[in-house]
Design a binder for this molecule. Sequence first.
Ligand SMILES: Cc1cc2nc3c(=O)[nH]c(=O)nc-3n(C[C@H](O)[C@H](O)[C@H](O)COP(=O)(O)O)c2cc1C
Length: 176
Amino acid sequence: MRALVVVASRHRGTAEIGAEVATTLRAEGIDTDVVDARFHPDPAGYDCVVVGSGVYFGRWLPAARRYVREHATALRTRPLWAFSSGPIDGSHQGDAAAAMPHVLVDVAPAGHVTFGGRLVSTALSRRERLVARLVHAGTTDYRDWAAVTRWAAQIAASLTAEAAHRAPAHWDGASA
Ligand SMILES: Cc1cc2nc3c(=O)[nH]c(=O)nc-3n(C[C@H](O)[C@H](O)[C@H](O)COP(=O)(O)O)c2cc1C
């Protein structure tokens, strides 16, 4: 079974979550690639896709939004999960009830979750630093690795169950 993890990340915080998802899926025996959304990886040839993006000004990053729109048909026809990474105030630690980004409505993922984000003040652009200062946000890391691993393990379990359901029943030849 092959999985594709697609990430859009400005400062690597979301990319590292994608890498952790991939590590968990691989540990569960699923052959997994992680690719930046800017490289437009083709979902063809993969049994499932996980898409994740950092949240900026209330929206997914443009590369992630573009990716979902461009590949909407392929994403609709295979198991799809999505995650957002954003809140830097501890308000969403692996929150499955958080609002789903609008761009995902059309592709209807099997699940969407919001993980806490990370901010590294020194890595921000001048404009980003200004915004961070306005909301009194300093360097912080609210990524909950246990929640990320748990979520990825649920995806693996769901894929494995689905594959077992699709497999033909075992025939031992005794009844012929
Ligand atoms: C300028 C700026 C705007 C942000 N806007 C939001 C936002 O609207 N909602 C949110 O939850 N997080 C927001 N964040 C927090 C980021 O989503 C968080 O830092 C995330 O981990 C960044 O991911 P990345 O490192 O992959 O780019 C913002 C951060 C910056 C610097």
